[in-house]
Design a protein around this ligand. Structure first.
Ligand code: ADP
Length: 229
């Protein structure tokens, strides 16, 4: 669960990026966050990951109060969140399998668990046949599916996808969102997806949060075109 209560954020140079944000995202929800460049979307994500701390108000994520939490608990918070970036951020000299396993190895997960969990999430994103391939031998859409597997491998409560389709060709973008949707539905993972692609938002519908100059200007559920099929 994500909650922003009267949250504002002002950068040290005096630039206010967010002003009095109130938001509640329940477990199991899938939300699109939209808004122009400079609207405050990245700042919102940085607050969720506790890369920044609200200058006013309170942010709660997965039971952690981010405004009052101790520095040493930040890794615990981050283990409850999987992040997918526009530029994939895969390690080029590691296979698909190792890119995904790496996320578990760094937290010293038991080898036995890694050996069952990694193939499972790779199969969830449909890449079993590519497990031994290297990122550069994959298409943009496939690389993003690897990044998604890596985000999922820790079984996070929340997935933050920051323009995950920005470097994927348009037809494949729909597949990435479909995959996020099915993970949301089947695993009960909360998904917050930032996007600029209005066609995706219109097609899938659901809860749309529009941020404009640091404020929430629209937060509603709309019907999607895929429901009309
Ligand atoms: P978005 O992700 O929607 O493009 P941002 O959250 O990056 O928006 O930016 C929100 C506002 O904060 C903008 O006015 C931007 O110029 C400003 N901003 C972003 N990062 C910094 C920073 N490090 N220092 C000062 N101002 C910043």
């Amino acid at each position: 669960m994500v909650e922003f209560r009267n949250v504002s954020y002002t950068y040290p140079n005096g630039q206010q990026a967010l002003s009095r944000i109130n938001l509640k995202i329940e477990d199991d929800e899938f939300v699109f966050v939209v808004g122009a460049n400079g609207a405050g979307k990245s700042t919102l994500i940085k607050l969720l990951l506790r890369e920044l701390t609200a200058t006013e108000g309170e942010v709660t994520v997965n039971g952690f109060n981010l405004s009052s939490m101790k520095q040493r608990n930040i890794p615990k918070l981050r283990r409850t969140i999987g992040v997918v970036f526009q530029d994939f951020r895969l390690i080029p000299n590691m296979t698909v399998y190792d890119n995904v396993a790496f996320a578990l190895r760094v937290i010293d997960a038991p080898t036995k668990y890694i050996r069952t969990r990694v193939p499972y999430v790779i199969s969830l994103v449909g890449l079993t046949q590519k497990a031994k391939s290297y990122p550069n031998d994959l298409s943009g859409g496939e690389q993003q599916r690897v990044a998604l597997a890596r985000a999922l491998v820790n079984d996070p409560q929340l997935i933050i996808a920051d323009e995950p389709t920005g470097n994927v060709d348009p037809a494949r973008s729909f597949e990435i969102v479909d995959l996020l949707k099915s993970i949301n539905e089947e695993c009960g993972t909360t998904v917050l997806m930032v996007t600029h692609q209005h066609d995706l938002v219109r097609y899938f519908g659901g809860r749309i949060i529009n941020i404009n100059t640091g404020a929430v200007v629209f937060d509603e559920i709309i019907g999607g075109a895929d429901e009309a099929k």
